[in-house]
Design a protein around this ligand. Sequence first.
Ligand code: MN
Length: 229
Amino acid sequence: MAILPDWRPAALKLADGRDFHLRHAWCVGRNYAEHAREMGSDPDRSDPVFFSKPAAAIVQADTVEWPPATGDLHHEAELVVFLAAGGRDLAPEQAAESVFGYAAGCDLTRRDVQARAKAAGMPWALSKGFDQSGPVGLIVPGDDWRPGDDTQIRLEVNGEARQSAVLGDMIWPVAELLARLSREVTLHPGDAVFTGTPSGVSGLAPGDRVRTEIAGLPALEFSIARGRN
Ligand code: MN
């Protein structure tokens, strides 16, 4: 008789020690104009680009592996929003009320894999959705922290600044972004949404120490392993 695998999703941690059970991780591309330009596209308020990472790729780890089959692993500092409620066709006000909390995150990207897929007109899912591709920091409830237009988001590698912006630079602010996403899919409690990255994305190397800071949230800090795990 086949034995059912005894599996359940790993919980992410809140800053207060509680567990957050992640259901699904959505991501948005091109949500900061300067980053859209550095990636060769023209920023405007056309519909945001949504994609996913597997929930199992969202990790809180001190070290993440160098992924297979890439020579160009990029960091993308991002605010990550976690949901306590969901629904479809949410108004921005309803979307804002569905937020549970926030964390600093990093959307790790195999940029060479993505570029080849784009050039070939192929899906680039695995340039974004590989193992450990979504490190996030400790989650803080929305009662204790909210994003402001002047809230700083920064990323440094080995102590050197690479990305620096304010959350007010987002083309689609959080509530509008969630509302737009809810027109395409049903949002659920337990979902996370990576809200896009500002300009300054760049290549990492094995052994690098990456630190993402969003003012008022616990910093996300991790190393890139020197060898395969
Ligand atoms: Mn991203």
